[in-house]
Design a protein around this ligand. Structure first.
Ligand SMILES: Nc1nc2c(ncn2[C@@H]2O[C@H](COP(=O)(O)OP(=O)(O)O)[C@@H](O)[C@H]2O)c(=O)[nH]1
Ligand SMILES: [Mg+2]
Length: 444
């Protein structure tokens, strides 16, 4: 079948039949042998030693010739992990976990899960900050921002091409560009003001010099002072936001990250309003291998939260995610409910919730801005996660939110898969928005 049979036909007998025992004439069409031979293992080990020290290079070596899940894949992943001196028990846990996940997700072709495998390895090996992973992340952010960039970056190019001096007409054009890129009126005005001040200070007179200044200004918009992050375990994370923003999916993605980093994770189903919401969360908990706490449809959310934190304390959980409902129609009730959840969490476990995370749907554009205000005033927000940046042209709203609220943006959602949640990096984001090709530090 496929590639192999074509090659064989072209080259006639080739070397393979000579090696294959005559009693198994079908073997050539069944792909690689189920297990790497010792010769193979030695060869791969040598290749790994010689390779550039990058996860993608290592993965390319061990996945060479592996097209499907199964024993060969497991052996190859094991080979890589052992070569990196990962303790045997962890190698087995990682491989077992990954294989079970492939079965649950019904994945069999390597090309369908290769990127997920690399993401898991990066997290498990603590290599996420490695240059290689950074460029992958940058590409993903860049790709996710494609539609936003279309309006923003192209508009900027046109404006720059049509302008010489930084005159009133230029600044007006820039304001307009910001507004059409979903920054909103206030943020657009403020950003232009900041840019004008920077241009004056740095002596930039020509429009062509504004690109770098804009990049720097955007980066500073995203830079928020660091907070103390000391945690008395279990760390309790409260997820809030309106219906459909992506809270449940984001919990699954965060839980997945924490699991890959070796943490014991629990998820509590605090959205008891819809029966389907509890089930959806349970499915995710099983997929990522997290403990799950629910009381069923219609239960009091605060009591779910209370019992979950009690259980998390008793069972030595490292991190507990509490899902909540997000019915905005009953705004007052929702905010009261959130306050009550916060109170019971703190009563049971001082300091909890350690993080109150507001999930915002980037596709809602300016609406995200008013949601941020509402939740911040009523419930308290420690960090923001923007979802659905993939495929929206309204990604510019992130600038408006950052400018208006000075709340750190910690992650962005770039798709529906578990690996599609990535740490937010203001500088990379600014660069991606401006259409640059490489992440910071990777400048050719
Ligand atoms: N494309 C895309 N879809 C997302 C993202 N995050 C969540 N979703 C989808 O948005 C929908 C609502 O998500 P859900 O987690 O149920 O929202 P909740 O009501 O806030 O819990 C689901 O179909 C998700 O798959 C993202 O980053 N990108
Ligand atoms: Mg939900």
């Amino acid at each position: 079948m496929g590639f192999f049979s074509v090659v064989r036909k072209f080259f006639g007998a080739g070397p393979e039949p000579a090696q294959a025992p005559p009693s198994k004439p079908d073997e050539a069409t069944q792909g690689p042998a189920p297990s790497a031979s010792p010769v193979d293992a030695t060869r791969l080990t040598v290749l790994l030693r010689e390779a550039e020290p990058r996860l993608s290079a290592w993965l390319a070596i061990v996945l060479d010739g592996v097209e499907e899940s199964g024993p060969l894949l497991e052996e190859r992943i094991g080979l890589l992990l052992r070569a990196l001196e990962v303790p045997e028990a962890e190698v087995e846990a990682f491989v077992g976990d990954f294989s079970a996940w492939l079965v649950r997700m019904e994945y069999s072709r390597v090309e369908d899960f290769r990127s997920e495998l690399q993401y898991r390895l990066a997290l498990a090996l603590d290599l996420e900050d490695e240059e290689d992973e950074r460029s992958r992340l940058f590409l993903k952010v860049r790709e996710g921002l494609a539609r936003t960039r279309e309006t923003f970056s192209r508009g900027l190019d046109a404006l720059l091409a049509g302008s010489g001096e930084l005159d009133a007409k230029f600044w007006e054009g820039l304001e307009e560009l910001f507004i059409t890129s979903d920054l909103g009126y206030d943020a657009s005005m403020a950003l232009v003001e900041r840019l004008r001040a920077r241009a004056r200070k740095e002596g930039i007179r020509q429009a062509s010099g504004i690109r770098e200044a804009l990049c720097a200004e955007l980066e500073s918009v995203f830079t928020v002072p660091r907070r103390v992050s000391a945690i008395n375990p279990p760390e309790v994370v409260l997820m809030i936001g309106v219906n459909g923003a992506g809270k449940t999916t984001t919990i699954a993605k965060l839980a997945h990250r924490a699991r890959m980093q070796g943490k014991k994770v629990m998820i509590a189903a605090g959205d008891t309003f819809r029966a389907a919401a509890v089930e959806q969360l349970q499915v995710w908990a099983e997929r990522v291998g997290a403990l799950f706490h629910a009381k069923g449809h219609g239960a009091e959310p605060a009591s779910v939260a209370y019992e979950a934190v009690e259980r998390a304390l008793a069972e030595g959980v490292d991190i507990l995610f509490v899902d909540t409902a997000g019915r905005l129609q009953t705004k007052v009730n929702l905010m009261e409910e959130l306050k009550k959840i916060r109170q019971v969490l703190g009563r049971k476990h001082p300091g909890a919730p350690h993080r109150s995370v507001l999930v915002l749907d980037a596709t809602t554009g300016q609406n995200a801005l008013s949601q941020a205000k509402l939740f911040k005033d009523a419930a308290g927000v420690d960090e923001l996660i923007l979802t659905k940046l993939d495929g929206t042209a309204k990604g510019g709203v992130i600038v408006a939110v950052a400018m208006a609220h000075r709340i750190p943006i910690t992650y962005v959602g770039l798709g529906e898969k578990l690996e599609d949640l990535r740490p937010f990096d203001g500088r990379d984001y600014a660069r991606a928005l401006l259409g640059e090709e490489m992440p910071r530090g990777d400048k050719a």
